[in-house]
Design a protein around this ligand. Sequence first.
Ligand code: DX5
Ligand code: ZN
Length: 221
Amino acid sequence: MAGKLSPSVMCADLLNLSSEIEKLDKLGVEYLHIDFMDNKFVPNITFDTNMVKSMKKPMKNIRRDIHIMAFEPQQFFDKMEIGSGDLVSIHLEACEDAHAVLKDISDRGADACLAISPDTPVESVVEYLDEVCAVLLMTVYPGFAGQPMAPGSMERLAELRKIIDNSGKDVLIEVDGHVSWDHCGEMRSRGADIFVAGSSSVYGKEYELNEAVKKFYSLVE
Ligand code: DX5
Ligand code: ZN
């Protein structure tokens, strides 16, 4: 399976979100990475639940890839209208009972994904592999775009891929944070499947959006 792209909408032109999303949809991009932050689990706020809901507008290709950086994330699911077609990532570090929260996501017909921050051991995902479609490996400390990669991220990615492959489970790996032009190819070779592309690539200054998307796909095929 070729690498899939999930541009981080918090890095897009926020005053023209609808046309930004349509452009991505027309380019055949698979996911729209929507970062939701509660200003408690991470010291930042991005979109509110209304904005996340509004980004569920019917599109040809693109699906919502909602990354919830919030304590007890299930409290927001109704307002976001979580449902089929969505990929929803919740943080292991932010839930009392991640098993229950992941089940809630699946019961709503969405794909459940478990996110882990850079200081969380990759082995901690093992007990959840039956309940998720993907693991979101944070390669920066969650909360802000434009950060440098967290040390040891590439090794963690390779280790996570090995753990998942040894489990025999069909679970994808999504990488999020400083997925730069220089890093994305190596991330692909170390086992990443879905790439959150933000300020260090697709929303950088080097290329027009359509050129950037084409270049990204050429690096992660
Ligand atoms: C950070 C977010 C990322 C961020 C990625 O907490 O989860 O999605 O937007 O942006 P860059 O590519 O700039 O690190
Ligand atoms: Zn994110």
